[in-house]
Design a protein around this ligand. Sequence first.
Ligand SMILES: *Cc1c(COP(=O)(O)O)cnc(C)c1O
Length: 465
Amino acid sequence: MKYISTRGEAPVLGFEDALLAGLASDGGLYVPESWPRLSEAMIAGFAEKSFAEIAIDVLHPFMADDVPRERLAEMVHEAYTGFEHDDVTPLTDLGDGHYFLELYHGPTLAFKDVAMQLLARLMDDALVRRGERATIVGATSGDTGGAAIEAFRARDAVDVFILFPDGRVSDVQRKQMTTPREANVHTLSVGGTFDDCQALVKAMFNDAPFRKEMSLAGVNSINWARVMAQITYYFVAASRLGAPKHPIAFSVPTGNFGDIFAGYVAAQMGLPIAQLMIATNVNDILARTLADGVYQTDTVVATQSPSMDIQVSSNFERLLFDVTGRDASRVRALMGALTQSGGFEMGAKELELTRALFAAARIDEAETLEIMRRIETAHGFQNDPHSAVGIGAAEKAVLPDGVPMVTLATAHPAKFPKAVQLAYASDADTPQRVLDMLDLPERLTPVANDLAAVENAIREKVGLA
Ligand SMILES: *Cc1c(COP(=O)(O)O)cnc(C)c1O
């Protein structure tokens, strides 16, 4: 499989080069040159298969030229044995054809573990085979940093540096980043905001000599392999509910559009999906776009579901590429307008193709807390605020009779203690392994909000100072 940029002006790459590059050199995102199709018989066979077996069948076509199937199988098994549930992503029945797909049984209790655990192994494997090393740098407002550190700790060919805004992540989130003791893991607490951290990471990537010296690599959600690894659970959930004979719908708590785009890819691969519901909080740029075709950024509002507090959904560019008929010059024009004037208008045909599969709903803060309480009363378990937004949007979906709806549960409530307090006036039911972690010693390096200071800290730790 070859990978091409949505903006059409970057080199065509194989899977491993796209994996290590992250962003394309023309500012676009890498996508496969065509969507692989799985036969109906293969999808029907998934009913009898485990999560790991399905992952191998679904993902191998994307990397068949670079990664032997047996090697992928080893990495998949390693990546998912650390999940607390035998099914990796179990389904819970909420009644009336509504199911809840629990994606939070990984080491940091959020769905980002599903992709990051595999991505880290794929990257490490590629680097070791090439005799190279890389330095991962990333900024986090909470979830991504912990997932990256958990995934890359103890990998051979990678040093990982995560920048987080000092004092602005929850205790659980900070300790997930600062308690791993492996020498290749470094947490930098920056005297600044999340935006400052992001700006520093961007500046490091733009510093060409530093980028080359350190072999910088990124693992944010624009990396194709992260989107790819999320395709698996759409097939897993659907195969448990009668696919491919019966179509199915999904409601996906959405920020950067990576998770739901994986559902779109599953549909292109042959999974019968009746609808993909984009669930947003009050940061509703995608719901507004679906309503009137105008993608217009606004100021970000802080909510109880911070991982969706986003105004530009980077992965939406991948969908635009397809609904423009893979017209890279059209995508360049739309993205240029976004940079210049903060928005663009989709064409009638582009909007029609988008609405053929996607719908969107916005859930405000009061509704989110109300849903958290209602689910606890009816089913006896706590919800995190992101998943609650997903449930609320699922309830607003208009579907043909008999189509089951699966809401993706993207995080464990214990990660969002403030929202849990607000909703339930009690503490989160915290898993024992999290309580154990809270007692471990922390290790972090405070750095000034200054590019030279951060680059020096990284050089020193990698031993090139
Ligand atoms: C990252 C995240 C999301 C948003 O996922 P995208 O792929 O960015 O759309 C939703 N919920 C939680 C808990 C997250 O961590």
